[in-house]
Design a protein around this ligand. Structure first.
Ligand code: NDP
Length: 487
């Protein structure tokens, strides 16, 4: 029998007031994994009330004590790593080794933020006046609304939840409707670790019914969102005066120069282009290769791509798992048709695969020009485009020709070329001699241009989830006027 899961409000697992549910499928088998509450505005209002009630207690708990809870949480996540990873593969589809990585990323950020409980530094600086002390302190923001996608169903929620918690905020969390089970399993562990009732509230449900009321709610002071650019744009219009953090994907590229270690570069393209079935915001969907090595590169790469094995992510022989859902397969296929119409040459893939599940063949196009739609728009599938260029200058121009600016990479053995690329590429991340993916929890992550400007993870995550208060402490015992008492 299919289990029906509930939502978490003020420490109680309850049914939605909508009395409606939706199902989540295993994308490899199309088996139903469970039924989930279709949360609505009433549920969101109650979740916000609960989060507001919990705020006083949580924000006044000393940050190192909040850190102790996060350390406990990290060790529970380690104990449950395998079962969480299997839930990720079953519900989201990525291969098990990557699912373990997804959970490990959550563990890493939890430990990192737990340690921040003993830092959360402010600054001190001299005053321009005598007998006056100046400093900044970090304050929590209040209730934070966290809206997450399905492609990293434990890592992305953790990247938002952990800094929000350590800074003393309380949370209303809405996960993607494709991965509600991963979210529930994750939040159950937060409860076990001792996160107090009402500090984290979980409302499942659609973007429209559960997401929009979070974005619009007057008592929510901060929204942190990862997902598509269209939704991000809508959120900026609807959020009103709130702190809004957006991470909206990319059209990332790998530059390969003629002096590169070609086999190493090909490993990077396979990992960046087809890992997670291309469904990463940092996926390498464009390969910008120097003309002189194009033919050899194309041959070597297409041999490797055609050998990739599609299948259920739980099968250890599988290289590439399914896509998230039918719509994603259709979107990817529509871009294959667009690419062919635009005059690009299809080297590998280009079709759906198998009778069950949402599979799409690893697809490779060459003779792509920088301005084709397949080279400009985020496909979010296993499609890689090869674009050839004369030299590094042209490669950087092509890299920067898209409206996104998340990740980038260059393969070269020339240090000058590497530094020129670091300088010239408009992106939040540049990798040298490795692929476009591989962020670590203690370093800032985010993009420029239409990717959004938030920097998640690392120390910069604290900026997203705290307010800076500036404190002037005058111990002169007399009225001192800044800018006026200049003597
Ligand atoms: P969305 O942006 O629609 O979904 C992301 C999250 O936002 C989900 O939780 C979704 O809920 C929620 N949401 C949707 N509409 C609203 C709204 N109006 N107000 C508030 N919340 C909302 O992305 P999709 O999952 O539909 O994927 C579509 C495309 O987005 C992909 O093909 C890819 O291009 C891009 N994408 C980028 C990601 C990234 O890492 N930057 C991650 C995922 C997708 P629900 O799931 O219920 O719709």
């Amino acid at each position: 029998m299919t289990k029906t899961y509930k939502i978490l409000i003020g420490g109680k697992w309850v049914s939605s007031e909508s009395k409606e549910t939706f199902q989540s499928l295993n994308p490899a088998t199309e088996k139903i994994l469970g039924r989930f509450q279709s949360g609505n505005e009433n549920d969101v209002n109650q979740a916000v009330d609960a989060a507001e009630r919990a705020f006083e207690g949580w924000s006044s708990l000393p940050a190192p004590k909040r850190g102790e809870i996060l350390f406990r949480l990290a060790s529970l996540l380690k104990e449950n790593k395998e079962s969480l990873a299997r839930t990720v593969t079953n519900e989201m589809g990525k291969v098990l080794s990557e699912a373990r990585g997804d959970v490990q990323e959550a563990i890493d950020i939890t430990e990192y933020m737990a340690g921040e409980g003993r830092r959360l530094f402010g600054r001190t600086t001299p005053s321009e006046l005598r007998d006056k002390f100046c400093m900044t302190v970090r304050r929590p923001i209040g209730v934070c609304g966290l809206i997450t996608p399905w492609n990293f169903p434990t890592a992305i929620p953790a990247w938002k939840i952990m800094p929000a918690l350590i800074c003393g905020n309380t949370i209303v969390f809405k996960p993607a409707s494709d991965t509600p089970l991963c979210a529930i399993k994750f939040v159950e562990i937060l409860e076990k670790a001792g996160v107090p009732k009402g500090v984290i509230n979980l409302v499942t449900g659609s973007g429209e019914q559960a997401g929009t009321p979070i974005v619009r709610h007057k008592s929510i002071r901060c929204i942190s969102f990862t997902g598509s650019r269209d939704t991000g744009l809508q959120i900026t219009k609807e959020a009103g005066i709130k702190k809004v953090g957006l991470e909206l994907g990319g059209k990332n590229g790998i530059i390969i120069l003629e002096d590169a270690d070609l086999n190493l570069a090909i490993d990077g393209v396979i990992w960046g282009g087809y890992g997670t079935t291309g469904q990463r915001c940092t996926a390498a969907s464009r390969v910008i290769v120097q003309q002189s090595i194009k033919e050899r590169f194309e041959k070597l790469l297409s041999e490797r791509v055609s050998r990739l094995r599609l299948g259920n992510g739980l099968d250890s022989k599988t290289d590439v798992g399914p896509m998230i859902n039918k719509k994603a397969v259709e979107k990817t296929h529509s871009y294959t048709e667009i690419g062919i119409k635009e005059g690009a040459k299809l080297l590998c893939g280009g079709h759906t695969f198998g009778k069950k599940g949402f599979f799409y063949q690893p697809t490779l196009f060459t003779d792509v020009t920088y301005n084709m739609r397949i080279a400009q728009e985020e496909i979010f599938g296993p499609t890689v485009c090869i674009i050839s260029v004369k030299n590094l200058e042209e490669a950087i121009e092509v890299m920067n020709s898209v409206t996104y600016g998340l990740s980038s990479s260059i393969y070269t053995s020339n240090m000058r070329s590497a530094f020129k690329a670091i300088e010239g590429i408009e992106a939040g991340l540049t990798y040298v001699n490795s692929s476009t993916i591989g962020s670590e929890a203690h370093l800032p992550f985010g993009g420029v241009k239409q990717t959004g400007s938030t920097r998640e993870a690392g120390w910069t995550a604290l900026e997203e989830f705290s307010e800076i208060k500036t404190v002037y402490f005058d111990y002169s015992g007399k009225l001192q006027k800044a800018q006026i008492d200049t003597g």
